[in-house]
Design a protein around this ligand. Sequence first.
Ligand code: AMP
Ligand code: FE
Ligand code: FE
Ligand code: ZN
Length: 284
Amino acid sequence: MARIDLHCHSTASDGTLTPAQLVRAGAAAGLTVMAITDHDTTGGWAQAAAARPEGLRLVRGAELSCRWYGAAQYPIALHMLAYLFDPDEPRLAADLAELRSDREQRGEKIVEKLRADGVPITWGEVRDYAAGGSVGRPHIAQALIRAGLVRTTNEAFASRWLGARYFVPKADLDVFEAVRAVRAAGGVAVFAHPRATVRGRVVPDQLIEELADAGLFGLEAGHEDHSPAEQADVRALADRLGLVVTGSSDFHGTHKTVELGAYTTDPEAYEKIVSAATGVTVLG
Ligand code: AMP
Ligand code: FE
Ligand code: FE
Ligand code: ZN
C-alpha cells in the first residue's frame, strides 16, 4: 500500500535527523514515497539520494519562506513547498541563496537581542547547531535549552522568547515571485499549511485564487497544524480552484513531536505532481 509523505525536514535545515538518517527512517516507518523539503535549501538532496533505501521513492524538494505583501498593514508570512525543480536554475538558486543569507543575518540579530538582555548564548554556538544548514529559530531554541532557560523547543517559541519578545522577521520571498521561480525551474508549488491559524494570521481565499492563476499547483490540507475544520476548508477550496490536495507530516525529528507518515498524500495527487514536474525526476 502506498504511504506518501511529502514534507520532511533534515539537518540541512531545522530537522534533527541527517538526510541519510531521514530516508532510512522513512523506509523504517513504512513510507513508499518521501519528500525532503528543507527550509530554503537543497543542501540535503545529495546525501538523501545516496542513502535512499531500496523501495523508497525520493522526491527532492524544498520549503520556501515567502511573504504576501498585499496584506493591509503587515505582510503575512507563508511557506511554499517546491517539488522536483532544477536546483541549478539560476533565478531560483539565487532566491534560495538570498533566503539562507537573510536567515543568518536575522538569526544573528535575535542572538544579539537576547545577549543584550544578558542571555548567555552566542551566535557561534547557534551556527554550530545549524551545522552548515539553513539557520532557523529551532537552532536558537537549542541554545536556550543548553543555557537552561527553557526545557523544550516548543517552550522556546512562547511569546516571552522567540515567539514575540525576541522575534525578528525574516526578509522572505514575495509569494508570487516564488511560484514563478519554482515553475521556471520546472518544479511544482504546493502551499504548505495554508489555514494553520495556530501559527498566526492566514491569507484570504482571494490570494489563493490569485496564486492558482499564477501557477500554484496544490494545497496542503493534512497537517498537524490544521484543525479538522481547517482541513475540510482547504479541501473545499482546492476543489473549487482545481488544485491538488496533499497531506504530510512536516517531520522535524525531535524538534517536533509529529511522526513520519502522520499525514499522507493520496497516490492520485502524488502522480499529478510528478507528471507536472520537469526539473528533476523522482529517485527510485
Ligand atoms: P524560522 O523558520 O526560523 O522562523 O523558525 C520557524 C520554524 O520553527 C518552523 O519551520 C518550525 O519548524 C519551527 N517551529 C515553529 N513553531 C514551533 C514550535 N512551537 N515548536 C517547535 N518548533 C516550532
Ligand atoms: Fe521548520
Ligand atoms: Fe512550513
Ligand atoms: Zn516544514
